[in-house]
Design a protein around this ligand. Structure first.
Ligand SMILES: [Zn+2]
Length: 138
């Protein structure tokens, strides 16, 4: 299933009526997270995922003490990407938040492209960081 399929499903669910926007957005974020997590070398690059499968000694962000490093944390909270989030916010004309991720993505082609650009950058960064940790361990 493509990311677009996920969003289409979500849009369909929304027209169903009873699911709240936040719950539905959380579901899409979760689906994206598992896709992102499993897309790199078959075992992901977020430490929470790697830790679950014994590839990391802990699930914590290497930058933030005590924070679990998963896709949502990395994209929306981790200070490592604050400048990128700021740049993205300027591009989409509003703060980049989980709660209106779907509205942002579906809002315009410009929004979709801006979020995609950040996603590509972050994923390359995370994969590089994972490779560096692996090199240090061996
Ligand atoms: Zn962090």
């Amino acid at each position: 299933m493509t990311s677009l399929d996920l969003l289409a499903n979500q849009a369909q669910e929304r027209t169903g009526g009873d699911a709240s926007m936040e719950v539905t957005s959380a579901r899409v974020v979760s689906a994206w997270q598992s896709r992102w997590s499993s897309s790199s070398k078959g075992h992901g690059c977020f430490k929470s995922y790697l830790h679950r499968f014994g590839h990391e000694t802990d699930p914590f962000c290497t930058h933030c003490a005590g924070a679990i490093e998963d896709a949502e944390y990395v994209f929306f909270v981790c200070p490592r990407f604050e400048a990128l989030r700021h740049e993205l916010s300027l591009a989409i004309g509003k703060p980049f938040t989980v709660s209106d991720l779907m509205d942002t993505l579906l809002g315009s082609q410009n929004n979709w492209d801006a979020v995609s650009k950040m996603t590509v950058f972050v994923m390359k960064y995370m994969r590089r960081a994972e490779r560096q940790r692996n090199r240090l361990q061996t």
